[in-house]
Design a protein around this ligand. Structure first.
Ligand code: BES
Ligand code: MN
Ligand code: ZN
Length: 502
């Protein structure tokens, strides 16, 4: 990948560059402005595409060096897939994928200046903005700890400028600006997830989140002492074994009407999860630097909402702790009291995320009386057993909120699958000694974890997203090759944009 990527737009038919990119749909010749460019080469489309085995499927490439009749050194013809009529159901995610696929081709080409002609009738501002975002998200690479030699871009230009030639430049620029704000939020979340725990502890994470004040977000940091005064015995017991103190960050973006109750997002931020005294096996324990994926998504979302000046009042609350093994660690059998007053018997110190969220959720509803709360957490291995890496688990006490979230998932490509809640599962977390215990046994582990959280939402419309399978080491896609995925940012931005703005 080139080190830096600049995305620009120009009004059709402008944009000259050493590398020119046009598209052709499945079974069709380049059309419109792309057709004009093709005509200038004087080449025979039928012959060239058949010899090049080019059918127009996404990802296909005809690479034509030194094309006659053009200033460009090179012409790329890329497949854009099914023509519009046949592809109607594809939605916007297909356009982002097109951008991701394009980035991979451009990086391999070694070009530094690229002009991309987008002249399909179905490519409006929103669609082109998706292409641009896909380009940007595929370009993302967490390589800050690769010194010198190892860096991939050696021998290739460090900077790339891609100019999209479009019909309506002002509308496209506006759409790209808003969509890039969301992509930036996703990349912020990826950065936070990818960063190792020795660099990003609770204090450092909190400081990073507080820098969102530059975008007009009001950010407060609660220290461990503040949380002790609030009675957050549940969250704090997780941090007891770490020399690095717990933090909570409260981020507020007030872009809506003053009188409007906010929407609230709550994230699990375990910067490292060793399991504590109920210690995890060594295999893949390094992945537990990503156990703050929920908090990262909330932080990225707040960035996105502020950067695109969303017309909504939104609150983001993240609970930041490190779960370590120490003489001061919480023990199995210990009983702690949450801020709500509920007593919790800690059966397994590795079921720590729910202990963090218990106080974060209670605090959020108590202080902000939000319209709803959505929490995100890399909460259970069990959700991966149930859903793999295809969907995050969706649990909710409110059918309308659940439907809004499901639909936002389909639209954004960050998909969800709803899981059940119910009194039968709730029974499994009754404790012999305290009000509840923090594990419900082997069966239905993702569900009993959700039941635990529900004890702390106090009848507020609420949804829990278990992102253990999607927050990191998730499946590769055209727009994501990073370990930390940033899952949740695009999804929740979509939720807000579709239902809670204006
Ligand atoms: N952070 C883990 C869940 C996890 C595991 C996320 C693997 C991503 C990848 C969580 O804190 C945990 O340890 N959960 C336990 C709960 C159990 C002890 C009831 C689990 O899922 O095994
Ligand atoms: Mn754990
Ligand atoms: Zn955890």
């Amino acid at each position: 990948m080139p080190k830096s990527l600049t995305v620009k737009t120009a009004k059709l038919p402008a944009a000259k560059a050493p590398l020119l990119v046009i598209y052709a749909a499945e079974g069709e010749a380049p059309a419109g402005a792309a057709g004009d460019i093709w005509a200038a080469t004087g080449l025979d489309w039928k012959r060239l595409s058949s010899i090049g085995h080019f059918t127009g499927k996404p990802g296909q490439l005809l690479d034509i060096p030194a094309p006659a009749g053009l200033d460009a050194d090179r012409l790329f013809v890329l497949g854009s897939g099914k023509p519009a009529a046949a592809a109607e159901s594809a939605g916007l995610t297909a356009w982002a994928d097109r951008g991701g696929s394009l980035m991979a081709k451009l990086a391999a080409s070694g070009a530094d200046k690229v002009a991309v002609i987008i002249d399909e009738p179905e490519a409006g501002a929103a669609e082109i903005a998706e292409i641009a975002a896909g380009l940007r998200l595929r370009h993302y690479d967490f390589d800050k700890y690769k010194t010198g030699k190892g860096k991939e871009e050696n021998g290739k230009p460090a900077d790339m400028t891609v100019t999209f030639s479009v019909k309506d430049k002002p509308a496209t620029d506006k759409a790209i600006y808003a969509r890039m704000a969301v992509a930036e939020g996703t990349m912020l979340a990826r950065d936070l997830v990818n960063e190792p725990a020795n660099i990003l502890g609770p204090v450092e994470f909190a400081e990073r989140a507080a820098t969102l004040s530059e975008l007009g977000i009001k950010a407060e940091i609660l220290t461990d002492k503040d949380m002790a005064n609030l009675g957050m015995g549940s969250l704090l017991c997780v941090a007891a074994g770490s020399p690095r103190p717990a933090r909570m960050v409260v981020m507020q973006w007030n872009g809506g009407k003053k009188s409007d109750a906010p929407v609230a997002f709550v994230g699990k931020g375990v910067v490292f999860d060793s399991g504590g005294i109920s210690i995890k096996p060594a295999a893949s324990m390094e992945d537990m630097k990503g156990d703050m994926g929920g908090a990262a998504a909330v932080t990225g979302l707040m960035h996105a909402l502020a950067a695109r000046k969303a017309k909504v009042n939104a609150v983001g609350v993240i609970g930041l702790v490190e779960n370590m093994v120490d003489g001061l660690s919480v023990r199995p059998g210990d009983i702690v009291t949450a801020m709500s007053g509920t007593t919790i018997e800690v059966i397994n110190t590795d079921a720590e995320g729910r202990l963090v969220l218990a106080d974060a959720l209670w605090y959020t509803q108590d202080r902000f009386k939000p319209k709803f709360m959505v929490n995100l957490a890399t909460l259970t291995g069990a959700i991966m057993v149930a859903l793999g890496k295809e969907n995050a688990g969706l649990f909710s006490n409110n059918d309308e909120l659940a439907a809004h979230l499901f639909n936002a998932g389909q639209a954004s490509g960050e998909t969800l699958w709803r899981m059940p809640l119910g009194p039968g599962y709730d029974k499994l977390i009754e404790s012999r000694f305290a009000d509840i215990k923090n594990t419900g046994g082997r069966l239905g582990g993702a569900i009993t974890a959700a039941q635990f959280l529900q004890r702390f939402v106090n009848n507020v419309p609420w949804a829990h997203l278990d992102i253990a399978g999607t927050g990191f080491a998730s499946k590769e896609s055209e727009i994501n090759r990073s370990w930390g995925s940033g899952f949740g940012v695009a999804l929740l931005n979509q939720l807000v944009a579709d239902h809670y703005e204006g």
